[in-house]
Design a protein around this ligand. Structure first.
Ligand SMILES: Nc1ncnc2c1ncn2[C@@H]1O[C@H](COP(=O)(O)OP(=O)(O)OP(=O)(O)O)[C@@H](O)[C@H]1O
Length: 411
């Protein structure tokens, strides 16, 4: 079940907004509504946010992002459409239901921190729990823990005015974490911070998220931030969601001219990561097997690579489709020599950092998870084509150059 599910969500400001809904249904434009004194801030937004996902809503100023997020936490009531949070319909909640939603299900981190100036950092972090009626001792414990998580252990007794902007935003984050809700809404949460601190906060959020697995709806007007943080990104323009996809999908398959213009200046090598271009070896073959068995397995699993394991079940390397085909052509009974990856990289590594290794060594890269287990491989050709760099192959085709490298045992 999605953590958040919006269907046809529409928010219109102005007198008798239902008029606007009717006009939109009859095909009127946002401009035509404007002439009637109605602002269509969000139009027919349909999306879902899965538990544990960072879902980023990205758009320029005025595109409707804040209005969208305010519908989700009940600060605004949708004019049309439905909104489910954790499976419960929160579209038209009465005040008591709204209070319960904010206490138990969603917490919010704001751009300008929204800290209470006369309360200590610890009291600010514990504020949501105080509203919930949690005992002083328990909320202090939760606040201390949350402050520790965001790197502010020991600051609980200070006043917000004694903290830098970045630290204040950490308090905002700690407050949302201490609240203990599964869903966190973050409205331009890092936009007021200077670039270095902003990047630090993004890193911290990703680290925390790896441990905590919250559901995060994150609003930003910064495409690079969206691409760094978002598992998926919804691109908004003039109140409408024009595309929802991963950073890679938005970069590689922009749904509209608007999106492609938007992403034109993005440094792809910083956005695309090893995890995005790697091939997952979905099947394993013993090193004693023949190339025909390898081809059969590849076709059964619709994959172009196989992990090769030795008798002791340890991974020896990877064989590729082209090399297997070549072995069959040459009538060999042996598997081609498995390629051993030169370098191990994490799935989060930006391609920009991989390029040197693979290009210079003509080798595939092994993508390993934090426990060191192999989760994917990146053939050199894939890397080069992902970066759209001419591969400089002497033989004209990248496939040949890969085969060459294998024949020469270089990879
Ligand atoms: N309370 C309101 N009353 C009337 N119009 C509003 C209200 N809030 C927002 N709007 C209008 O709705 C549209 C969308 O605004 P919204 O604040 O959601 O956009 P945004 O993408 O969050 O922009 P920003 O990044 O500048 O905050 C704008 O045209 C705005 O003027």
């Amino acid at each position: 079940m999605p953590a958040i599910e919006a269907t046809g969500l529409t928010k219109i400001f102005g007198r008798r907004p239902q008029r606007g809904v009717k006009m939109l249904r009859e095909g009127a434009t946002r401009e035509q509504l404007m002439k009637e004194g109605l602002t269509a801030a969000v139009i027919d937004a349909t999306f879902d946010v899965q538990p544990g996902e960072i879902f980023v809503v990205m758009g320029l100023s005025g595109s409707g992002k804040s209005t969208l997020i305010r519908n989700v936490n009940g600060l605004l009531e949708p004019t049309a459409g439905t909104l489910l949070v954790d499976g419960d319909d929160v579209t038209h909640l009465p005040p008591a239901g709204l209070r319960a939603l904010r206490r138990n299900k969603v917490s919010m981190v704001f751009q300008h921190f929204a800290l209470l100036p006369h309360r200590t950092v610890g009291e600010n972090a514990a504020y949501a729990l105080e509203l919930k009626g949690v005992s002083k001792a328990d909320r202090e414990k939760a606040a201390d823990e949350a402050l520790g998580m965001v790197g502010l252990g020991g600051w609980g007794g200070h006043l917000p005015s004694e903290l830098s902007g970045g630290m204040r935003q950490r308090v905002g984050l700690a407050r949302a974490l201490a609240a203990g809700t599964e869903i966190m809404l973050m409205d331009e949460a890092f936009s007021a911070l200077d670039p270095l601190i902003r990047k630090e906060m993004q890193d911290q959020l990703l680290e925390l998220q790896a441990d905590l697995g919250k559901t995060i709806l994150f609003i930003t007007h910064d495409l690079n931030e969206a691409m760094r943080l978002g598992d998926r990104i919804a691109m908004m323009r003039d109140g409408k969601i024009v595309q929802i996809g991963t950073a890679e999908q938005i970069l590689n398959e922009p749904a509209t001219d608007y999106v492609s213009q938007f992403v034109a200046d993005v440094d792809r090598t910083r956005v695309l990561t090893a995890g995005a271009v790697m091939e997952r070896p979905v099947a394993v073959i013993g090193s004693e097997s023949g190339p025909r068995a390898a081809r059969k397995l590849m076709s059964e699993h619709q994959t172009s690579s196989l992990l090769v394991v030795g008798r002791d079940r340890k991974v020896v390397g990877v064989v590729w489709e082209d090399d297997v085909a070549e072995a069959i052509r040459q009538g060999s009974d042996n598997l081609p020599r498995p390629s051993r990856a030169v370098a191990q990289v994490s799935p989060e590594t930006p391609l920009a950092e991989l390029f040197g290794d693979a290009a210079e060594n003509r080798s595939p890269l092994a993508v390993v998870n934090e426990k060191g287990a192999l989760i994917g491989v990146i053939p050199r050709v894939t890397l080069l084509s992902a970066l759209a760099v001419p591969n400089g192959s002497e033989n004209g085709t990248s496939t040949d150059s890969e085969a060459d490298a294998t024949a020469g045992g270089a990879r």
